[in-house]
Design a protein around this ligand. Structure first.
Ligand SMILES: Cc1cc2nc3c(=O)[nH]c(=O)nc-3n(C[C@H](O)[C@H](O)[C@H](O)COP(=O)(O)OP(=O)(O)OC[C@H]3O[C@@H](n4cnc5c(N)ncnc54)[C@H](O)[C@@H]3O)c2cc1C
Length: 491
């Protein structure tokens, strides 16, 4: 029996053998905490914040799972990962087996283990969460995926014999990658077309290095490549080649559109055109894809934040990523301005906690009404009003109402607007017979993700609007099943 040091005051004690622990005693085991890089250090570098479990922590956490007969955690996962089975393999010390078990349903475990909002999904549905902290399923998933990666023993699933059918996937975000993984395993030829020069969608251009190291995304993409998926970058479908050309002279039998919702929205307040005002997507794309996180080795392709005051407007994950990135680029003051209260913020709780620890200054119930500039056209500040929350609106959320006479200015040399995004438009505008919604999202059947155009399927953010990585992956899997059925029919 192994002796282990437990954080959170458990002290030095023996870890009991799994089959000797009653469910009652399992529920007494405290949730293990993810070790983190020191807030003062990490706020000034792009190294990953979370450091991952070691085998001892992973086992201690895995022992908290009750192995329910009807696991609600799996129901809570949009791709239905067999949580209880992979957790049992961790207890046995079979980490590669655990990783392989996850890969049966999820082709990107090292990514989802890092960025999934588990608190609203598998962990939110964990049975013990009704009484104590849920099992840290995301941390366990990350642990086995990292183990597999570190040991270089990634289990490549076997593909079915070739069907001779060809599928084109447009967009290499989580929806496209997940569909590619499932379709190649079903024996179809798969080629992914990506507009950017890097593969991964938001995983590479949006989510910063300190939350999701890009090498991890590249490695997961490489697994797909080794499975036989072909990738072509710098191809803007709708411009370089059209959907009709792919289905016509290019000879594809089916097409999956997974182009995401990356078109930035603005506040539409005066002064938004000033130099130094960015959309969060542009700011993050510049830092991530042009590798500004390796400054000074690589030039900063953004206005210098060092020693400056930076205001980020918004309350979601994107705002949190932008404001924490500005700190790491040397901002003197990094303000997060949000028109509702902290409780209403859509960002993940962990990101909010990390941002606060790193020194981000939260200005809640504050709404920008104007960007102020100097004579040369550079932004110098944001005029804001204080807000209070009124009655709930149609969406059930309490409406923010401006408080008279509360106008004030926050000095800023850089302003980043993270006010949401909308559909990437290129394919819709070049494919007239593709039905879209009023907001230009692609219409798809909720069960099959089939669009109005024969042989064309669509899923992920381009159908739902901005959502989550795992929901996009779930859509990719759903589309793969429907495309497979379509290809096996007479088409
Ligand atoms: C900054 C930020 C942080 C986020 N943080 C989280 C998080 O922590 N957890 C979480 O679960 N979710 C998070 N999200 C949301 C999540 O990343 C998205 O919901 C998810 O990536 C959507 O996947 P997708 O495959 O539908 O689209 P995307 O990831 O947007 O990928 C679409 C791809 O299609 C390409 N493309 C677009 N048009 C064309 C074209 N015409 N031709 C060829 N290629 C094209 C794009 O370049 C892109 O690579 C975050 C989003 C952002 C912006």
């Amino acid at each position: 029996m192994r002796g282990a040091t437990f954080p959170e005051g458990r002290g030095e004690m023996e870890t009991p053998m799994p089959n000797t622990i009653s469910n009652k005693d399992r529920m007494k085991l405290p949730r293990q905490h993810m070790p983190e890089r020191d807030a003062g250090v990490r706020a000034r570098c792009f190294e990953e914040v979370n450091l991952g479990f070691d085998p001892a922590l992973a086992k201690d956490e895995a022992l908290r799972c009750l192995a329910c007969a009807k696991p609600t955690c799996t129901k809570g996962c949009p791709v239905a990962v067999k949580v209880k089975d992979f957790v049992a393999l961790i207890i046995e010390g079979d980490y590669l087996g655990a990783a392989a078990k996850i890969r049966e349903d999820n082709v990107l475990p090292a990514i989802t283990g890092r960025v999934c909002p588990q608190e609203d999904q598998c962990e939110g549905d964990c049975v013990i969460a009704k009484k104590v902290d849920s099992v840290a399923i995301g941390h366990l998933e990350r642990f086995v995926a990292d183990y597999e990666r570190r040991t270089g023993q990634i289990g490549i699933p076997k593909n079915a014999p070739s069907t001779g059918k060809r599928v084109a996937i447009v967009g290499s975000g989580p929806a496209g990658l997940s569909a590619a993984g499932d379709l190649i395993q079903r024996g179809h030829e798969v080629r992914v077309f990506e507009a950017l020069h890097e593969l991964g969608g938001v995983l590479v251009y949006g989510i910063p290095e300190f939350r999701l190291p890009k090498d991890i995304v590249r490695q997961e993409v490489d697994v797909l490549r080794r499975m036989g998926v072909q990738f072509e970058t710098n191809v803007v479908v709708g411009k370089t080649v059209t959907v009709d050309e792919l289905l016509g002279e290019e000879g594809y039998d089916a097409l999956f559109i997974a182009t995401g919702a990356g078109l930035p929205q603005f506040l539409n307040v005066p002064g938004e055109h000033l130099n130094g005002v960015y959309s969060a997507n542009e700011f993050l794309t510049r830092v991530n894809l042009m590798r500004a996180y390796r400054f000074p080795e690589v030039d900063q392709p953004v206005y210098d934040c060092a020693g400056k005051d930076v205001v980020v407007v918004g309350g979601g994950n994107t705002a949190m990523d932008a404001v924490r990135t500005s700190l790491r680029l040397g901002a003197r003051n990094a303000y997060l301005v949000y028109r509702r209260g902290e409780e209403e913020m859509p960002a993940r709780a962990e990101e909010v906690k990390h941002a606060k620890e790193e020194g981000v200054q939260f200005r809640m119930l504050t709404n920008p009404v104007e960007m102020i500039g100097d004579a040369r056209g550079w932004v110098t500040g944001v005029r804001c009003v204080n807000m209070e929350l009124g009655e709930p609106g149609d969406d059930g959320r309490r409406r923010p109402i401006a408080i008279r006479g509360s106008e004030h200015v926050i000095d800023a040399s850089v302003v980043i607007v993270a006010a949401g995004t909308s559909a990437n438009p290129m394919i819709q505008s070049s494919t007239p017979d593709l039905a879209t919604t009023k907001k230009n999202y692609i219409q798809a059947d909720p069960e099959t993700l089939a669009t109005s155009k024969k042989g064309v399927f669509a899923g992920g953010d381009i159908v739902t609007g901005g959502a989550t990585v795992i929901l996009a992956m779930g859509a990719g899997r759903k589309a793969a099943r429907a495309i497979d059925a379509y290809l096996n029919s007479d088409c």
